[in-house]
Design a protein around this ligand. Structure first.
Ligand code: HSE
Length: 309
């Protein structure tokens, strides 16, 4: 095998109640990365397409390149890696773009190396990519991107990831208003000390959400999918968020909150038709705020990053 091409899905992190620990992967959006073996050892980025922004081709300055450089140092293959990256995930959107870039590159490189690394080992390299991208090695995007589905990252050291079952017929609506929010800034507004009463309410919601997923109890999920801790502190960075959320909930969404560190917004709905209806209402609400957006209705991606060829 001289070349491997991987689809790495977009992800929604936090899922309202699991800051830095919960995330789910999407079918409808993702990055595509190809890695080719080269005779010269080392890592080279040939091209980055799918975005109008000029991104660095120096591998040390790019998350995909940086994680492959670290992998090469550790595995010392007798060949090099040449990367071509197609960004399907908008940059700075809160849809796990940096996670998809590093996970996709790692899964492709691992295929060329004939898969010496386990998924947990790949995850530890992908976490390095998150640290480079945002200053914090949070696992709530890279884990669902790599494993698929809805994941709970219970611990990073040692790595412990739990797959949470997604109730039948759940569709996600994702709305990406056309502005960028840097994860570092979105994290900077969060204080280190939080009130105990809010911690208790958020813990109850997290427990209720997980219990609802295991028992397919949609009303319980709906009552629980409420972020009392992070969303109120970030909302001021997110023009259009409250009107879009109100539109989602009044149209019958199970829940709605910020996707990752924003500015994208996600909602869960039962059934594709309901999700489409909610998407239309959310888009209208955003347009009324004088903003433009992209939007998707997506099933939950249960496979995670996978080889296309
Ligand atoms: N859990 C992270 C945050 C996700 O909300 O900052 C960032 O992609």
């Amino acid at each position: 095998m001289d070349q491997a091409t991987v689809f790495a899905p977009a992800t929604c992190a936090n899922v309202a109640v699991g800051f830095d620990i919960l995330g789910f992967a999407l079918n409808a959006v993702g990055d595509t990365l190809s890695v080719r073996k080269t005779k010269e050892p080392g890592v080279r980025i040939k091209e980055i397409t799918g975005t109008s922004e000029i991104l660095p081709l120096d591998p040390a300055l790019n998350v995909s390149g940086a994680v492959l450089l670290r992998l090469s140092e550790d595995v010392t293959p007798d060949f090099g890696f040449e990367l071509s990256i197609h960004k399907g995930i908008p940059l700075g959107s809160g849809m796990g773009g940096s996670a998809a870039s590093s996970v996709g590159a790692l899964v492709a490189a691992n295929a060329l190396l004939e898969e010496p690394l386990s998924r947990n080992e790949l995850l530890s390299y992908a976490l390095l990519g998150e640290k480079i991208a945002s200053g914090s090695p949070h696992g709530d995007n890279v884990t669902p991107c790599l494993f698929g589905g809805l994941t709970l990252t219970r611990s990073l050291d040692p790595i412990e990831v739990i797959r949470i079952p997604v109730p039948d017929d759940i569709f996600a609506v994702i709305l990406h208003p056309h502005y960028r929010l840097d994860t570092r800034l979105s994290r900077a507004v969060l204080k280190k000390d939080l009130p105990l009463t809010e911690f208790v309410a958020q813990s109850a919601n997290l427990a209720g959400f997980i219990a609802g997923c295991f028992t397919q109890d949609i009303p319980l999920i709906s009552r629980s999918l409420k972020d009392v801790l992070i969303e109120p502190r970030r909302a001021s960075l997110l023009p259009g968020f409250f009107p879009a959320k109100e539109a989602a909930l009044s149209s019958g969404a199970i829940g709605c909150s910020i996707s990752g560190s924003g500015p994208s917004i996600f909602a869960w709905a039962k059934g594709r038709r309901k999700a489409e209806e909610i998407r239309e209402k959310m888009v209208s609400a955003i347009i009324q705020e004088g903003l433009t957006c992209d939007s998707w209705v997506s099933g939950i991606n249960l496979d995670g990053a996978h080889l296309l060829s």
